[in-house]
Design a binder for this molecule. Structure first.
Ligand code: LLP
Length: 460
């Protein structure tokens, strides 16, 4: 059952609890997370991938991408639903540990990990460190030797798949900072001095560096083609290239790499215009493709892992705002747009400014489709001091919308709180989680909203 619905008076509810009541109790802006939805989606992803790959005789692990939304409470949900945790910094790793995640179930990512972050990960005994460059392989090897341990390592490669998404979140094409390219490189062009390395790929050189280091245990290959991607073809194509590389490593080094990680990036519906595929469909398409490729290459199917973040957390969250000023603006002769200002904006959701992201808004304290209320072309904007501070670019909201009304923006569970700021000294809002216990909804503050005093406490 969907956690978000409408009550008898048309008010928006989460697990049957009126969000207007939450707004009264905790104030606005307010992030509301449905713990039920988060858990269902986490479990749904894990089961869909486990089942699809079991059908071709392979095992999988699903890592929740903590960057999308991470607090100790969220770590507990992830852990209880049987997912592992993908972290992108020492801080996320610390949060994972605080939430009780077993270190062996965590991965550490990043293109510029510090020695302190790597040491922390090795000390804790994380399950894998995803290395991203030659200098980093040296650094991980050296630190592991100092600690007297062997570092479990995955190598991140760029498979050269062009995923259709915003440039800032596309990561598998060649000209960007992540991973080691699979494409053979002309050594002279790349500024290499060792002519014998000509014609090998940066990824293959990285494999050599890992193999050469006694304190590195290279377990497999990782790739992530981007984020908010709908078509399964890009994932399948990336898998094929990674598996082909694994076969080359087998042929060149006699080394059998037992793992591949295909990253995350599964798209969600931000507005009615988006149509994401169900996890089950993506998993089946991928399992078939991986199975076929492995047969063709004569490879045993490796252990696979996936790192969805947005697809788990995104649909589980909404943001509540209170409507303030309303203003009609003439866009062009004869065409009006109503500007609806709310009490938050780019500090609690910078995605519209950063990625030109679309959202929708609905009236939360009554039904927005009241027969008598004519829909009016509107733009929902924040209260920050810049014109790019847009919450919802274009939407229809009822004509009688007024100051004090409650608006809800759906699909804000991922990369909103995580990207939030104190721009213009707006305190970060609270995060309230709602779950069903013995058939009854229960709301809990999992992140207390900031006050001015919280901010002053860190300053001279
Ligand atoms: N794995 C790796 C290595 C990643 O870099 C990412 C996202 C993920 C997994 C999770 O991707 P997801 O399933 O959540 O799409 N701030 C941007 C998104 C940045 C994504 C960065 N990497 C946004 O708000 O759209």
């Amino acid at each position: 059952p969907e956690a978000f619905g409408r009550g008898v008076d048309g008010e928006l509810t989460v697990s049957g609890l009126s969000v207007a009541t939450l707004a009264e109790t905790y104030g606005t802006p307010l992030y509301v997370i449905s713990e039920d939805t988060f858990r269902q989606r986490a479990r749904g992803f894990r089961e869909a991938f486990e089942e699809a790959f079991a059908a071709v005789g392979a095992e999988v692990s699903v890592y929740f991408a903590g960057k999308s939304f991470l607090t100790p409470e969220v770590v507990r949900w992830v852990r209880e639903e049987g997912l592992n945790l993908d972290t992108a910094s020492g801080g996320e790793l610390a949060c994972g540990l605080r939430g009780g995640m077993e270190p062996a179930r965590m991965a550490l990512h990043g293109n510029n990990k510090s020695a302190a972050e790597i040491t922390r990960a090795l000390d804790a005994g994380v399950g894998r460190i995803v290395v991203d460059s030659l200098p980093e392989i040296e650094l991980v090897g050296r630190l592991a030797r100092t600690l007297g341990v062997t570092a479990p390592v995955m190598l991140r490669v760029t498979p050269g798949v062009h995923a259709e998404t915003h440039d800032f979140i596309a990561t598998a094409h060649e000209d960007q900072k992540f991973g080691m390219s699979l494409a053979p490189e002309d050594a002279t062009e790349a500024g290499q001095t060792d002519a014998t390395q000509s014609g090998t790929s940066p990824a293959m050189r990285a494999v050599s560096a890992c193999v050469a280091h006694p304190n590195i245990d290279l377990q497999g290959i990782h790739c992530h083609i981007g984020s908010q991607i709908f078509a399964p073809e890009g994932f399948a194509q990336a898998a094929e290239r990674v598996l082909t590389f694994i076969a080359e490593v087998r042929d060149g080094f006699g080394l059998r790499l037992p793992q591949i990680d295909l990253g995350g990036g599964y798209g969600i519906a931000y507005t009615a215009a988006d149509s994401p595929r169900p996890a089950r469909m993506i998993a089946q398409a991928l399992a078939e493709s991986v199975h076929g490729t492995c047969e063709r290459l004569g490879l045993p199917i490796p252990h696979l892992s996936f790192e969805p973040g947005r697809a788990i957390a995104g649909p589980a969250g909404i943001t509540l705002y209170t409507v303030g000023t309303l203003k009609g603006v003439t866009v062009e002769p004869g065409r009006q747009r109503r500007y609806v200002s709310v009490d938050g904006g780019m500090s609690d959701n910078p995605r519209p400014v950063l990625y030109d992201a679309d959202y929708s808004a609905v009236v939360a304290d009554r039904r927005s489709t009241d027969a008598q209320a004519r829909p009016v072309f509107s733009r929902v904007v924040g209260k920050h001091c810049e014109s790019g501070d847009v919450v919802v670019k274009a939407t229809y909201l009822p004509e009688d919308l007024a100051a004090g009304d409650l608006l809800a923006v759906p699909a804000t569970g991922a990369y909103c709180w995580a990207l939030s700021s104190n721009y213009n000294w707006l305190p970060r809002p609270s995060v309230v989680a709602v779950r069903t216990v013995a058939g009854e909804p229960e709301a809990r503050v999992i992140v207390r909203g900031e006050t001015d005093e919280d901010l002053f406490a860190r300053m001279t």
